[in-house]
Design a protein around this ligand. Structure first.
Ligand code: KG4
Ligand code: ZN
Length: 347
């Protein structure tokens, strides 16, 4: 049983958690949404400064809520890739410093592997292989979880992430930030069949379409053109546009991930990231899964959005397998999920 203190600062949430394998002892998440709201998106320099301000109180609170002392902690972990470099640096520097002071091993964690481990937190009996559909403000990826630490990226967005598309469409409809929850609420009152939007299919050089990749920027541009056209005609039917956009995104994500799971003989789809909250996506995925006799794991929202418990859970798995990271490990803005094992030295 590994007890891990984990830190997550890859974007705009400062998070610290104490995790014992797949059990969460405490999980502190300080969101910066209010700080970035007036800019309509995350400002990297402001994010790093805020992480620096708040990280020590978050660590103290996580330890106090877990009612644990340093002797009971086996290792210190932090997200080291992918993410905003300045933001990642704050969490990694804090984790390395704590590891040195308390003479504990340090583990760097891949943020997407953390999102995958949110499913293990929600369903501790879950076992690979399964397909993980990660849909957040920064990522849209279909990841084949072959085994512990063994991943293959089967599908990804070629441009905007799904959450980013929700945010951009909300901005052009003057709805505020972050856009996903606002569009979700508005869509309830709109007609999802009111407007037809492009499904963002990726053409292959040999002909046909990529079966699992996504593109959301065309959908966003189509909404922009639609708004321009409707503006010249009078009032804009915002709820119908929100419902049509959400319906298209949900349909596309569902169709391609179900195909991806079936093509690879996987009978479980685990979902993660902020867009996993979307009611349209949940409904379509649940219906399609039932039709094809697949299981869907929807972790609770507190584990879908960025948090440190999922990072601690991934770190505990690596620690139990004898993996630790060098104190010379650097942060990286990008790193393929297939390369996670490069973060570790083996005992
Ligand atoms: O995972 P997350 O909290 O942060 C990262 O991007 O890592 O995801 C935030 C994204 C935002 O783009 C937000 O608009 C979107 O998730 N989101 C939603 C919903 N709730 C949050 N998108 C669609 N429907 C929702 N209900
Ligand atoms: Zn994330």
């Amino acid at each position: 049983m590994a007890t891990i203190l984990a830190i997550e600062t890859s974007c705009d949430e400062t998070a610290v958690a104490i995790v014992k394998n797949r059990q969460v002892l405490s999980s502190i998440v300080s969101s910066q949404i209010e700080l970035h709201r007036i800019y309509g998106g995350v400002v990297p320099e402001l994010a790093s400064r805020q992480h620096l301000e708040i990280i020590n109180p978050c660590i103290a609170q996580a330890i106090s809520e877990a009612q644990i002392d340093w002797q009971q902690i086996d290792a210190i972990a932090a997200t080291c890739t992918p993410g905003l470099v300045g933001a990642l640096l704050v969490g990694v520097a804090a984790a390395k410093t704590l590891a040195m002071i308390h003479n504990k091993p340090f583990l760097g964690v891949h943020h997407l592997e953390g999102h995958i481990y949110a499913s293990y937190l929600a369903q501790p009996e879950l076992q690979p292989p399964f397909l993980c559909l990660l849909v957040s403000g920064g990522h849209t990826s279909s990841i084949y979880v072959k085994d512990y630490g063994e991943y293959k990226l089967l599908g990804a967005t070629r441009d905007d992430a799904a959450g980013e598309a929700f945010d951009k469409v909300a901005r052009l409809l003057n709805l505020g930030y972050p856009g996903g929850p606002i569009i979700d609420r508005l869509a309830e009152q709109g007609n999802p069949r009111a407007y037809q939007l492009p499904e963002g299919r990726i053409s292959l050089p040999e002909g046909g379409y990529h079966p699992y990749d996504f593109s959301f920027s065309g959908m966003k541009t189509a909404v922009l053109r639609l708004v321009e056209k409707l503006e010249s005609q009078g009032e804009i039917p915002v709820a119908d546009i929100a419902a049509s956009f959400q319906d298209t995104v949900a349909r596309v994500l569902t169709r391609r991930s179900i195909k991806c799971a079936l093509d690879h003989n996987l009978n479980t789809i685990a979902i993660g990231g902020g867009v996993a909250a979307n009611s349209g996506l949940r409904k379509y995925l649940q219906q399609a899964a039932e039709k094809h006799d697949l299981q869907v794991c929807f972790p609770p929202m507190k584990f879908c959005t960025d948090n440190a418990a999922m990072i601690g859970c991934a770190a505990a798995e690596h620690f139990n397998l004898g993996h630790t990271s060098s104190l010379n490990l650097n942060v990286q803005s990008r790193m393929a999920i297939e390369k996670v094992m490069q973060l570790y030295q083996y005992a």
